[in-house]
Design a protein around this ligand. Structure first.
Ligand SMILES: Cc1cc2nc3c(=O)[nH]c(=O)nc-3n(C[C@H](O)[C@H](O)[C@H](O)COP(=O)(O)OP(=O)(O)OC[C@H]3O[C@@H](n4cnc5c(N)ncnc54)[C@H](O)[C@@H]3O)c2cc1C
Length: 450
C-alpha cells in the first residue's frame, strides 16, 4: 500500500509534520511497560474494564492516586490502536502500522494487565467475571469498554468485505480496503453511508467522502465520479456553525447528500447497496456502486446490555457532570460505552478523564464530587488532504473553540494538528494521564484576547 505522497505541501509544513511525527513512532527508550502478568491477584483497589483510550488514560491517572500495584486493567487485545488516524489510513495519507502499538507498551508500568474479556459485571458484589474463569473484586470500578461495531446487522456483511470495491474505516480489518477501493475506482457511484444508530466520531463517515473527492480530483477521475452520502440522519452535522460550513463545501464540490437513508443490505458480488427510506418504512432503493464506504451500526458492548450498570438502552448509566454511576457510587464510566449525551470521541475521553480523576479522588475521601463535565467534544472534519475544519462543542451543541480564530474555516494548520500533533499528544501525554483536553489552552488564548 503506497501512501499518498502529497498529503501536506510546502517545506515548512513538512518540517513541522516531520518533527511531530517523531512522537508517533513505536515506543522507543521511553517505553513504559511490561507484559500481562501470569500471577494476577483477585482483588484491586481500582479495576479498569477496557484498555482503549479511556481505560489506559484512567489507569495512568489511578496509578498516581493509589499506586501501580493497586490498579489492574482487563483487556483482551494484544494491540492498542489510535483509531482517529484510520480516517487518513483509509485515504492513503497514513500507514495502518502508525496507528497501533502493543498493549503491553501502553499499560502503565507496574499496573496489572489482565489479558481477558469481561463476561459479567456484578456491582452488587463488587466483582466481575472474565472469559478465562476468573472472578475479580474491586473497591472502585471504571468502565471503559467502548462501543461495539455491528457489521452483521447489515445483510451481506461482514462477508461482503471479501469482495473488492468496498471498505470501512471503522475496523482495523477493513480500513485498508477503503484505500484499495479508492485506488481501483474507475467510473460510477462512490457511495458513503451513515447508520441509524449512535456512532463514534460522527464526522468520520463524511470525512472519507471529502478525502475521496480530493483524491479523485488529484488523479483526474473527478468528472467520472458521482459522489453520494446516504445518511440516516436529517442533517449534515449537529452544530449549526459547522453544518453551514459543510453545506457550502457540499455545494461547491458537487456532492449529493440524501437524508434519512439507512443501509440495510450489501450485495457485494453485484456491487449493489440497498437503502431503506426511514421516512417511508418499507420503501427501499438499490444503488449500484463503483466504491462503497460503510459506517456500521453500533451499540453498547453485549456484556453491558444486560448488566445492572446499564440504562434501558444498554449504555453505562452515569451522572453527566461527574461520571459517577447513578446507582453504584463506587462505579464510574468513561468514553463511548457511557450514556453521556455528547458526541463519542477520543477528544471527549480526554476531557472526561480530568473530571473523572477529580471525581474519584473526592469519592475516595468520602467527599462529594465537585468538578463538572460540560460535554466538551471535538471533531476535526477533514475536508481534504491538507484541510480541516476543527469542530469543538459542548452538551448544548454550542461551539467551544480553543483557538482565537474562526474554526469553521478549512485550515492547513488544523490538518497538521489532526495528522501529527494529536497522535503525539495521545501517545505521549493522554495515555500517560497528563492530557485532560484543551480547556487550559482555551482559557489562555481567550485571556490573551481580552
Ligand atoms: C474511523 C474513526 C475515526 C475517528 N476519528 C476521531 C477523531 O478524529 N477525533 C476523536 O477524538 N475521536 C475519533 N474517533 C473516536 C475515538 O477513537 C473513540 O471515541 C475513542 O477511542 C473512545 O475511547 P474508549 O476508551 O471509550 O473506547 P476504545 O478506545 O474503543 O476502547 C475500548 C476497549 O475496550 C475493550 N473491550 C471491549 N469489550 C471488552 C470486554 N468484554 N472485556 C474487556 N475489554 C473489552 C476493547 O478491546 C478496547 O480496547 C474515531 C474513531 C474511528 C473508528
Amino acid at each position: 500500500m503506497t501512501p499518498l505522497a502529497t498529503a501536506v505541501s510546502g517545506p515548512r509544513a513538512r518540517l513541522f509534520a516531520c518533527f511531530l511525527r517523531l512522537g508517533t513512532q513505536q515506543a522507543g527508550p521511553l517505553r513504559l511497560h511490561t507484559g500481562a502478568s501470569l500471577a494476577a491477584k483477585n482483588y484491586y483497589e481500582v479495576l479498569v474494564l477496557g484498555g482503549g483510550s479511556g481505560g489506559i488514560t484512567m489507569a495512568a491517572r489511578m496509578k498516581r492516586r493509589v499506586g501501580a500495584e493497586n490498579v489492574a486493567v482487563v483487556e483482551p487485545s494484544e494491540r492498542h490502536f489510535y483509531q482517529p488516524i484510520w480516517t487518513l489510513v483509509g485515504a492513503g495519507a497514513k500507514q495502518l502500522s502508525s496507528s497501533g502499538r502493543p498493549t503491553a507498551s501502553v499499560i502503565p508500568s507496574g499496573v496489572e494487565w489482565i489479558k481477558a474479556r469481561v463476561i459479567e459485571l456484578n456491582p452488587d458484589k463488587n466483582c466481575i467475571h472474565t472469559d478465562n474463569g476468573k472472578e475479580i473484586s474491586y473497591k472502585y470500578l471504571i468502565i471503559a469498554l467502548g462501543i461495539q461495531l455491528d457489521y452483521e446487522k447489515i445483510k451481506g456483511l461482514p462477508e461482503g468485505f471479501e469482495h473488492p470495491k468496498i471498505g470501512s474505516n471503522y475496523s482495523v480489518k477493513t480500513v485498508e480496503k477503503t484505500w484499495k477501493a479508492l485506488q481501483d475506482f474507475k467510473e460510477g457511484n462512490a457511495v458513503f453511508t451513515f447508520p441509524n444508530t449512535p456512532v463514534k466520531c460522527a464526522g468520520a463517515p463524511q470525512k472519507i467522502m471529502y478525502l475521496s473527492e480530493a483524491y479523485f480530483r488529484k488523479t483526474g477521475k473527478r468528472s467520472k465520479a458521482n459522489i453520494i452520502f446516504n445518511t440516516s440522519l436529517g442533517a449534515i452535522f449537529g452544530v449549526k456553525k459547522y453544518a453551514a460550513a459543510l453545506q457550502e463545501i457540499i455545494q461547491e464540490r458537487d456532492l449529493t447528500v440524501n437524508y434519512k437513508q439507512n443501509l440495510i443490505e450489501v450485495r457485494a458480488d453485484r456491487q449493489e447497496a440497498v437503502f431503506e427510506n426511514l421516512d417511508k418504512p418499507g420503501e427501499t432503493q438499490v444503488i449500484s456502486y463503483e466504491m462503497l464506504h460503510v459506517t456500521p451500526p453500533m451499540s453498547p458492548p453485549d456484556v453491558l446490555k444486560t448488566s445492572p450498570v446499564a440504562d434501558a438502552a444498554g449504555w453505562v448509566d452515569v451522572d453527566k457532570e461527574t461520571l459517577q454511576h447513578k446507582k453504584y457510587p463506587n462505579v464510574f464510566g468513561i468514553g463511548d460505552c457511557t450514556n453521556l449525551p455528547t458526541s463519542k470521541t477520543a477528544a471527549a475521553v480526554a476531557a472526561q478523564s480530568g473530571i473523572l480523576d477529580r471525581t474519584i479522588s473526592l469519592v475516595m475521601k468520602n467527599q462529594t464530587p465537585t468538578k463538572k463535565y460540560d460535554g466538551y467534544t471535538s471533531c476535526p472534519l477533514v475536508t481534504g488532504y491538507n484541510r480541516v475544519i476543527l469542530a469543538e462543542f459542548d452538551y448544548n451543541a454550542q461551539p467551544l473553540e480553543t483557538f482565537p480564530f474562526d474554526q469553521s474555516k478549512e485550515r492547513l494548520s488544523m490538518y497538521l494538528m489532526k495528522a501529527d500533533l494529536m497522535p503525539f499528544l495521545y501517545w505521549n501525554m493522554m495515555l500517560r494521564g497528563y492530557w485532560g483536553g484543551p480547556a487550559i489552552l482555551r482559557k489562555l488564548f481567550h485571556l490573551g484576547m481580552s
